[in-house]
Design a protein around this ligand. Structure first.
Ligand SMILES: Nc1nc2c(ncn2[C@@H]2O[C@H](COP(=O)(O)OP(=O)(O)O)[C@@H](O)[C@H]2O)c(=O)[nH]1
Ligand SMILES: [Mg+2]
Length: 571
């Protein structure tokens, strides 16, 4: 970034990276998901707390965040660097305490909540609200520099630890404070390693070190810094000394640091270098971590696909069985068979069908009304039987899917979100009833339309639309049988239909009636399956999210190169 302005490309790329990463759904509890969610949150925070606000206002004051372990002397150091008591120090440690940001009075506007750390509330009062940033202005701090006294990185309170991490992630410069007693601790070094990895600008302060220890400790610490990639970072030593009445260190103890900070504040070019180094590192880092989030989507996609597939396979199997059972004679039993046999009589119907038209008219017109009534009974029996079959398969599908999903952690997690998925939905019976009834109406309509030009024929009149529709249903229910057994009685229906419509038309009607039932049933079951699928992000969507994420990361990396590396020799 050669000038004071970030390019529009970089800004746009970072903006869309923020939105893309923030909105990635990582819903399924796949192995390692906690880490992925943390990464997602860290990238989101880093972009919105620091990268974006910083890119928008590259000339804002340099924000130095003082971090380090408990009791290292951070607050005392901040007060001493500023030259007056601006933040509370002390051995008595409330578990919560607002971090303090000290700035020159003229720089106040830069630290309003719409700027850096936008989600962190601001307060001007000294208080115990740990999740608020206390703004303190002091004329003693140079313009162009702000110092933030952060909570202990190793605080026993998780809220404080998290806040410390969040604040350090928003820093242009870390002033990392350690002491002779603590400088080898693990937690501070975890931070310093991060700083080295991200090329965050950092100065290390060896605080509260006695004259006897200083040579040895300083040497050791310097070697540790070098071996951990921090050889470029300045190392300041603050000798252990008595504090004055305000709790401040003697001026000469902090003079080298104060001098360095004042120089930095006064030199826009030096300040810019510090900012750019940290900013470039932060951008590089969020790009890398974005790829980690994208990687985590692999497992999400895999699991979502398998849960989707399981549910779909089970559902498909139930629907296939249903399609078979509505054509293999399964339904031609019990009430359906009895009422149908009663309706057609014992062979008499068949004979009459084959007799001459005039005679049929003679025989059947009288009985027409009675036949129609009975045909309604057959249809009712058919509706009931089909309805039962639907309910049976819906219950079976739900139970099997729930059992299958319950076999994996993410599947169980989804089931726990919504109770009752091991049963068909509560309104399934009512909806199935309507489905079957609608199908019946549709078969009637089929017969009515196909028979439009035959409506006045004797056979048509004899059986009526209802009676012919019944025959059509019965024939359909046994279409895949060989005509023996229960299907045998359907032969009568077939002959009747053939006589009215002709064989080819009957084949077509049977086909259409069955296809119509299949599609209505499929739609009905679709909403059942939907109950499971809505718990998941569709795998296809997740794949698009993943591709979008990688593309956003790629564009961000491009923009970083164009912006930071053009005109600068550092990387
Ligand atoms: N004598 C002396 N006391 C110090 C020094 N630095 C810090 N302290 C005291 O050590 C305690 C913890 O210091 P503080 O600045 O609150 O550390 P923090 O937890 O890192 O913010 C306080 O009681 C300070 O007064 C120092 O250099 N000399
Ligand atoms: Mg403190």
């Amino acid at each position: 970034m050669p000038g004071d302005h970030a390019s529009a490309e970089l800004l746009a790329a970072m903006g869309s990276l923020l939105i893309t990463v923030r909105d990635v759904p990582l819903r399924l509890d796949t192995p390692g998901i906690d880490e992925a969610r943390e990464t997602q949150a860290a990238v989101t925070d880093q972009l919105s707390d620091y990268v974006l606000p910083r890119l928008v206002q590259l000339d804002a004051p340099l924000l130095a965040v003082v971090g380090g372990s408990t009791g290292a002397g951070k607050s005392t150091l901040v007060n001493s660097l500023v030259g007056e008591r601006v933040t509370e120090s002390g051995v008595l440690r409330p578990t919560t305490r607002s971090p303090v940001l000290v700035h020159h009075p003229d720089d106040a506007a830069w630290f309003q909540p719409d700027r850096i750390l936008p989600d962190l509330p601001r307060t001007l009062a000294i208080g115990n609200d740990s999740y608020a940033l206390r703004l303190a202005s002091s004329a003693k701090i140079p313009k162009g520099l702000a110092i933030l006294d952060a909570p202990d990185v190793d605080s026993i309170d998780k809220g404080n630890r998290d806040l410390a991490a969040q604040l350090l992630a928003a820093a242009d410069l870390w002033l990392f404070v350690t002491s002779a007693a603590r400088y080898a601790d693990q937690v501070p070094w975890d931070y310093l390693r991060q700083a080295a990895e991200r090329s965050t600008s950092v100065a290390v302060v060896l605080d509260r070190t006695s004259d006897e220890a200083v040579i040895e400790v300083r040497g050791h610490l310097a070697r540790m810094m070098t071996s951990r990639g921090l050889s470029d970072s300045p190392l300041f030593t603050v000798p252990e000394s008595g504090l004055d009445a305000d709790g401040l260190l003697p001026a000469d103890a902090v003079a080298p640091m104060v001098g360095w900070l004042h120089e930095l504040a006064a030199d826009p070019k030096a300040r810019q270098m510090v900012v750019h180094r940290t900013l470039d590192g932060a951008v590089r880092h969020v790009v890398l971590r974005t790829h980690d989030v994208a990687d985590a989507l692999d497992a999400q996609i895999e699991v979502a696909e398998s849960l989707y597939r399981d549910a779909e396979t089970i559902q498909r199997k139930e629907l296939d069985e249903l399609a078979t059972q509505t054509s293999d004679g399964t339904l031609l039993r019990g009430e359906v068979l009895a009422s149908w046999q009663e309706f057609v009589g014992t062979g008499e119907l068949l004979k009459s069908v084959e007799e001459k038209v005039s005679r049929i008219r003679d025989r059947f017109v009288d009985g027409m009304t009675g036949k129609r009534t009975r045909s309604t009974e057959v249809v009712d029996a058919i509706e009931t039987a089909v309805h039962m079959l639907l309910v049976e398969h819906a219950e079976s599908a739900a139970e099997q899917i729930a059992r299958s999903w319950g076999g994996s952690t993410p599947g169980r997690q989804m089931l726990d979100r919504q109770r009752g998925l091991d049963r068909a939905s509560q309104d399934f019976r009512v909806k199935a009833e309507r489905t079957v009834h609608d199908w019946r109406q549709s078969v009637l309509e089929l017969v009515r339309v196909e028979g439009a030009d035959k409506r006045m024929t004797a056979r048509f009149l004899a059986f009526g639309v209802n009676g012919i529709a019944v025959a059509l249903m019965i024939v359909m229910f046994s279409r895949s049988t060989d005509g023996t057994g229960a299907g045998g009685t359907a032969t009568l229906g077939r002959k009747l239909l053939d006589a009215i419509f002709g064989e080819a038309v009957v084949d077509d009607l049977v086909e259409r009636a069955h296809a119509d039932l299949d599609s209505r049933v499929a739609a009905l079951f679709e909403t059942e399956l939907h109950r499971f699928h809505t718990l998941l992000d569709p795998p296809e969507t997740l794949k698009i999210v993943q591709a979008t994420l990688r593309e956003a990361a790629r564009k961000a990396e491009y923009a970083r190169h164009a912006d930071f590396l053009d005109g600068e020799t550092t990387s």
